[in-house]
Design a protein around this ligand. Structure first.
Ligand code: AMP
Length: 216
């Protein structure tokens, strides 16, 4: 049975950073709905054009558009053994859709690590976050700086601040998380999939907690 891990938690809690590390330590690919949208925006696709206005405001892209995009990604061969889902699902409708799409590829959600941190921590993390232009690798000016200023350690591309990481938009994204995504905590707790992880620990400590949650 293919193994799918859903990383749940508020924006900027470290899901992207951890998903990248976990993908390097397991056979599972990192599937980030935010990265897929950003890739489409960069390539100026119809999907990118549809998503951009919602993303720039810090709002969620409509469920139907998001679900179709993730379904297409999950159906590719590299997801056959499973994937680490980062940023999807973000609404109860998406969670139901995920269950259906995984049944179609003989997979299931094995575990849902729920990474937590207080809103002030999230604002600090988002406002110091720098993202690589080429592939979306993530840095933080204070907590996880690149070796050479403004350059990605992995591919050497330029780092930039995401439009939606600017202070006003971050606050909006956090509110939207509480309104629309937080209900998934109970949804997965009721299915006995949830493992709570303190996201204020160091990057290495969070990785260790995630690895033991995944091995469960
Ligand atoms: P992220 O990179 O996960 O912070 O996502 C960046 C933005 O992409 C979000 O603020 C939304 O506008 C959009 N987005 C990403 N994933 C989803 C999703 N599952 N549902 C709706 N919108 C999403």
């Amino acid at each position: 049975m293919a193994k799918y891990i859903v990383l749940l938690g508020p924006p900027s809690v470290g899901k992207g950073t951890q998903a990248e590390i976990l993908a390097g330590k397991t056979s599972l690919v990192h599937v980030s709905s935010g990265d897929l949208f950003r890739e489409n925006i960069k390539n100026n696709t119809d999907l990118g054009k549809q998503a951009k206005s919602f993303m720039d405001k810090g709002e969620l892209v409509p469920d139907d558009v998001t679900i179709a995009m993730v379904k297409d990604r999950i159906s590719r061969p590299d997801c056959k053994v499973g994937a680490i889902l980062d940023g999807f699902p973000r609404t109860p409708v998406q969670a139901e859709a995920l269950q259906k799409m995984l049944a179609g590829v003989k997979g299931e959600v094995n575990v849902v690590p729920f990474i937590t941190a207080a809103p002030e921590v999230l604002v600090e993390r988002a406002s110091g976050r720098w993202t690589c232009k080429a592939q979306g690798h993530i840095y933080h000016k204070k907590f996880n700086p690149p070796k050479v200023a403004d350059k990605c350690d992995i591919d050497g591309s330029e780092l930039y601040q995401r439009e939606d990481d600017k202070a006003e938009t971050v606050a909006r994204r956090i509110n939207i998380y509480f309104e629309q995504t937080a209900p998934l905590v109970d949804y997965y707790r009721n299915k006995e999939k949830l493992v709570e992880i303190d996201g204020t620990q160091s990057i290495d400590q969070v990785t260790d907690a995630l690895l033991s949650a995944i091995k469960r």
